[in-house]
Design a protein around this ligand. Structure first.
Ligand SMILES: [Zn+2]
Ligand SMILES: [Zn+2]
Length: 353
């Protein structure tokens, strides 16, 4: 999560003081401090040819998160309460890979506390510094994570990598949330990379946002419901483009999303002799998502259409829907992703009938 105040850049040693004062593991902090003393923080990640300006907090920050030459985005201070944000620095097209990074602090979802501390012990000083600069949504709250800084940072910023593992993307965590995101993160277990793909064309200067909520919680819920989840889990009030719509448009947006959710539940309930109605319902859901300006997850519906057409031996239609499903997954998760492969093998399987 990107809600850090860039203007108050602190040195890593000060962060370690906070870490200890916040109840962090003293042994871990001492080890990190010893490592940091060997590598002055301002030298970390700076190429020898550049002379860092100690007053340029943003430059320090950017180096701390390791942006690479050629990345189509940068991290900038935002003029809203959202702290920093990712902005496109190049024209990005739907399906473009925006970021690919190896997640760190990978722990099981069961008992994270000790596992997180063990993982932090294994981080390089640069990565630990980066981790400690991520925002802690639980810093000023009274929930059970108050005073547990490392775990607060982890739970504020971690992504679900698999069903039973989460991890931190030191750069991915700087991307803000939107309820109509123009990018999506995913984890590819084959190459171990956490990636962000563009969901729509993004012009230079536009903020790149991902979703912190999964599909149906996002496209199938009202603003009040989405904000409730985001507030309880991350302690922030979403002010994305959808959540800040004027009242009349907000009512329309809410009713579209509630309708899509109803259609999702309705689709599998059609008996085999009502396949036309089922396909019409699928098309209606996709049209609503388009009207809503929501650019992801159409494959939730097109895949069902492919399967039901195959069930009725309408292979031409099935191929059409399966192709849409495959193309959606290639754009949103990458051609080499398990989800695209699954859709692709679905196509092959139906061709063999
Ligand atoms: Zn909290
Ligand atoms: Zn929102």
């Amino acid at each position: 999560m990107a809600r850090r105040e860039l203007g108050k850049y602190k040195q890593a040693n000060e962060d370690l003081d906070l870490f200890i004062n916040g109840g962090g593991d003293r042994l871990l902090a001492a080890q990190a401090r010893e490592l940091l003393s060997k590598y002055p923080v301002e030298d970390i990640n700076l190429s020898p040819s550049t002379t860092p300006d100690p007053t340029d907090h943003l430059a320090n920050e950017v180096h701390a998160i390791g942006l690479k030459e050629g990345d189509p985005f940068t991290i900038r201070e935002s003029n809203t309460q959202r702290g920093c944000c990712a902005l496109a620095t190049k024209k990005i097209r739907r399906g473009d890979l925006i970021l690919s990074e190896k997640p760190v602090v990978i722990v099981g979802t069961g008992k994270p506390q000790l596992a997180i501390q063990a993982e932090l012990r294994g981080l390089s000083p640069t990565h630990l510094n980066s981790f400690l600069h991520l925002s802690n949504g639980h810093a000023d709250c009274s929930c059970f994570l108050a005073g547990q800084r490392a775990i607060g940072i982890y739970s504020t910023n971690s992504f679900a990598l698999t069903d039973d593992q989460g991890g931190i993307g030191l750069t991915a965590s700087r991307f803000n949330h939107s309820c109509s995101p123009n990018a999506r993160f995913s984890f590819n277990p084959t190459n171990g990379q956490l990636r962000i793909f563009a969901l729509s064309d993004i012009p230079v200067g536009e903020e790149i946002c991902v979703a912190y909520l999964s599909s149906r919680r996002l496209y199938g819920q009202t603003r009040q419901h989405r904000q409730g989840i985001l507030r309880s889990r991350y302690h922030f009030t979403c002010s994305c483009s959808v959540c800040s719509l004027p009242k009349a448009e907000m009512i329309l947006s809410d009713s579209r999303r509630v309708k899509v959710n109803e259609l999702w539940d309705k689709v599998p309930m059609f008996p085999p002799n009502q396949t036309i109605q089922r396909l019409n319902t699928i098309v209606q859901a996709i049209n609503l998502l388009e009207e809503e300006g929501y650019a992801a997850d159409y494959d939730d519906f097109t895949n069902d259409a492919a399967l039901i057409c195959a069930y009725h031996s309408d292979y031409e239609s099935s191929k059409y829907w399966a192709k849409l499903t495959y193309e959606t997954r290639v754009a949103e998760f990458g051609e080499d992703s398990p989800r695209a492969a699954e859709a692709d093998s679905g196509l092959v399987r139906r061709k063999e009938f």
